[in-house]
Structure formats: structure tokens, C-alpha cells
Design a protein around this ligand. Structure first.
Ligand SMILES: Nc1ncnc2c1ncn2[C@@H]1O[C@H](COP(=O)(O)OP(=O)(O)O)[C@@H](O)[C@H]1O
Ligand SMILES: [Mg+2]
Length: 238
């Protein structure tokens, strides 16, 4: 893990407005080192937009994403992101990981790539063309690729939304292993079961608003907002 830490993160009044629609409406919260933060909410709530704003893929129209480190390069290098649909280069699984390491400026990419593939239990796939792997395998390769970079913060945007239960379980185990190794997790999901399994803390979004921000135990036992209570009961809010 890089020496220059970028956490804690202070997000203040973060907004993303398109025309007269508030896709994200002034979210304020902190992210502490070592936590598993789940951004939960129904489809269209603004979860992906919020993650992209935090990761720097979108520019906020209001508010700020305040990493504790002022160095833009350190901020970029300390983060990795896994998307809902993995984007694989037309190369082997190992070369996909090696390429990410190369771009990040790592010298001995072969050793680092093999270490990451091994930790993710993917050595048997190392030489296989990544695009010929199953969806679940590709997502695990994407996670190994992120893991190889040893990010301080890992973003995951609904990484299991198109996977079966076994592949979902493998991804959740890998996320927990990265967390145990010291990586801070910020992950979106619309899946209540997954939030219950993984969250230390829940950020509940609905219609672009951060409705609730609570430790997972109290969020599920005693949600304070009617919207969160309805979502937990399984009543979809659109
Ligand atoms: N760049 C954009 N321009 C306009 N509308 C957008 C843009 N990005 C997302 N939206 C809209 O904002 C809402 C939230 O999107 P999104 O963050 O993808 O939701 P979620 O990930 O919670 O399902 C959706 O209604 C979506 O269509
Ligand atoms: Mg989304």
C-alpha cells in the first residue's frame, strides 16, 4: 500500500445536477479508514453517479470530495474501481492484471500479477484469454486487477448484479479478504442481503438524496426514515 494516505475522506454538499434534475442532491458524509461502506438504494437512486463522483470519473456540479491528501497523483493512485460489467482487454487474465500494474508504474509486473491472481484463487485461469472466461470469472479477474494495485480505497459498483449466487459469494469473499488486508471498501448495491452480509455502515440513497447514514446494525434494526423502512420491508421505491 502506498505511503501517502488519502483517508479520511470528507464529502461536503456533493451534488450532480443535469438540466433541472438533481441526480445527486447535496450529500454530506465522511469515510473513515478501514470501514466497509455500502451505498444502498433502489435502481435510479443515484448510487453509480455518487460512486463516480467520489472516484473522480465525474465532476460535481456542487460541493466537494475532500481527500485528506492534497496531492492529486497520490489520490489517483490510492484508489481502484470495479464496475458492474468487467472491461477485459483482449489478452490473457495475467496480462490484464499486468497491464494495470504497468500503467500504475510498477516495475516487476509479473510477480505482482501472479501474487494477486493467486490470492484471488485464479492461477488456473492465468493464461486463458480473459474475454473467454465466464462473467463471474471475469469479475474475479477485475477484482484481482484492482487488488494487485493495493489500493487504500476500493470502489465497487454493483459488482455482483449480473452474477449467480456462487460467483456472488466468490466476489464477496474476495472483497472481505481485501478489507482484512487493510483496504477501505465503498460499494453500491440494491441487494438487501448483500448489504446485510457486507456492510459495517450503510449510506441509503433514494431519489438522489442521502436519506440515511448509519451503522449497519442500527440501519437494519431501526431505520429512522420511512423510505429506508419501506425499502427494508422489500417495498420498492421508484
Ligand atoms: N450523466 C447523466 N445525465 C443525466 N441523467 C443521468 C446521468 N447519469 C445518471 N443519470 C440519471 O440519474 C439517475 C441516477 O442514476 P444512477 O446513479 O445510475 O442510479 P443507480 O446507480 O442508483 O441505479 C437515473 O435516473 C439516471 O438516468
Ligand atoms: Mg448503478
Amino acid at each position: 500500500m502506498a505511503d501517502a494516505k488519502i483517508l479520511p475522506l470528507a464529502v461536503v454538499g456533493l451534488g450532480f445536477r443535469v438540466g433541472d434534475i438533481n441526480v445527486l442532491d447535496g450529500a454530506t458524509f465522511d469515510i473513515a479508514p478501514g470501514s466497509r461502506n455500502i451505498v444502498l438504494g433502489p435502481n435510479g437512486a443515484g448510487k453509480s453517479v455518487m460512486l463516480r463522483l467520489l472516484h473522480g470519473l465525474l465532476t460535481p456540479t456542487s460541493g466537494r470530495v475532500g481527500w485528506s491528501n492534497p496531492d492529486a497523483l497520490a489520490v489517483r493512485r490510492a484508489q481502484a474501481m470495479v464496475f458492474q460489467r468487467p472491461v477485459m482487454l483482449r489478452r490473457s487474465a495475467r496480462e490484464n492484471v499486468e497491464f494495470a500494474l504497468h500503467v500504475a508504474g510498477v516495475r516487476n509486473v509479473r510477480n505482482a500479477a501472479d501474487l494477486a491472481l493467486d490470492r484471488a484463487g485464479l492461477m488456473r485461469l492465468a493464461d486463458r484469454p480473459a474475454r473467454l472466461c465466464s462473467g463471474g470469472e471475469q469479475q474475479r479477474i477485475a477484482l484481482a486487477r484492482a487488488w494487485a494495485l493495493q489500493p487504500e480505497v476500493l470502489f465497487l459498483d454493483e459488482p455482483t448484479a449480473s452474477l449467480d449466487p456462487a460467483a456472488t459469494n466468490a466476489i464477496e469473499e474476495a472483497v472481505n479478504a481485501m478489507h482484512r488486508a487493510g483496504t477501505t471498501i465503498i460499494m453500491t448495491t440494491h441487494d438487501l442481503g448483500q448489504a446485510r452480509r457486507l456492510a459495517d455502515r450503510v449510506l441509503f440513497l433514494n431519489h438522489g438524496r442521502l436519506v440515511e447514514d448509519a451503522p449497519a446494525v442500527s440501519f437494519f434494526a431501526q431505520p429512522t426514515s420511512p423510505d429506508a423502512a419501506a425499502f427494508i420491508r422489500g417495498e420498492l421505491l421508484w
